[in-house]
Design a protein around this ligand. Structure first.
Ligand SMILES: Cc1ncc(COP(=O)(O)O)c(C=O)c1O
Length: 258
């Protein structure tokens, strides 16, 4: 069997996880969660990072945070993992497929506009296998039609498009930290954005919509438990600290095998 991509874990991962265990900070509160969210968001050129339990839940949280609901349509590429479509279905909305283009297998930007209707709420480009989509035309179309762009950057940590990091170009970007990704924490995900209001909504939704007031069991909306643990974030932070090295290693494997 040839593995797609094996995790590369080292001393730092062990040190940070041990710290969680020794200090009893094993659940979803703790310094590693906050530090990871902050540093990963900054790495993508964003102000806010909202960690989640997986890339799939990050996609769902992103769509829920921008208010995608029953009757809405969201445009996605025909070639992607099912998570992209499921996230839309979880909101009660309809995935609308646009063909992939043959060179990169990413969404064909020339075929997006013909799929836009008055129900369209967002475009979700997927940077397939880490190759960035052609984001300029996507952002232009979105602006013209007043749509959100939610990047599925689950496979694209560190990938760049015209000097900008994938995931940090659209209104929101979503990543996965599953074991075969550029950096991992076993399972996990994150939503990044520069929009403060969306970030606040995402933070609330991922944590069961607990109110900020003292009466903590009065919930403002139907929320989810998409909380990442401090232990996962500890692994993620150690990985993030050497993301360039990990990405370079993969580039080396690619260039020595073509
Ligand atoms: C493009 C894409 N989107 C979403 C996901 C879902 O991420 P996860 O497996 O962490 O739920 C993946 C994961 O493989 C992916 O490759």
């Amino acid at each position: 069997m040839i593995p797609v991509c094996v995790p590369l874990l080292g001393e730092k991962e062990l040190e940070y996880v041990t710290d969680c265990l020794k200090t009893n900070w094993i659940s979803s509160k703790g310094k590693y969660v906050e530090e990871f969210e902050d540093r990963f968001a900054k790495y993508c050129g964003c102000n806010y990072g909202i960690s989640t339990t997986s890339g799939t839940t990050a996609l769902h949280l992103a769509l829920a945070s921008i208010g995608v609901k029953e009757g809405d349509e969201v445009i996605i590429p025909a070639f992607t993992i099912i998570s992209t479509a499921f996230a839309i279905v979880y909101c009660g909305a309809k995935p609308v497929l646009v063909d992939a283009e043959p060179e990169t297998w990413n969404i064909d930007v020339n075929k997006i506009e013909e799929k836009i209707t008055d129900k369209t709420k967002a475009i979700m480009p997927v940077h397939i296998y880490g190759h960035p989509c052609d984001m300029d035309p996507i952002m232009k179309i979105a602006k013209e039609h007043d749509l959100y762009v939610v990047e599925d950057a689950a496979e694209a940590h560190g990938a760049e498009y015209k000097g900008k990091k994938a995931g940090g170009i659209g209104h929101l970007g979503c990543f996965s930290f599953y074991a075969n990704k550029i950096i991992t924490m076993g399972e996990g995900g994150i939503v990044v954005t520069n929009d403060e209001e969306i970030a606040e909504r995402a933070k609330s939704l991922k944590d069961l919509c607990f109110p900020k007031s003292k009466r903590i069991y009065l919930h403002s909306d139907v929320g989810y438990n998409y909380r990442l643990t401090n232990i996962q974030a500890a692994i993620g932070l150690a990985q993030l600290e050497r993301i360039d090295e990990l990405a370079e290693m993969r580039m080396l494997i690619y260039t020595t095998n073509i």
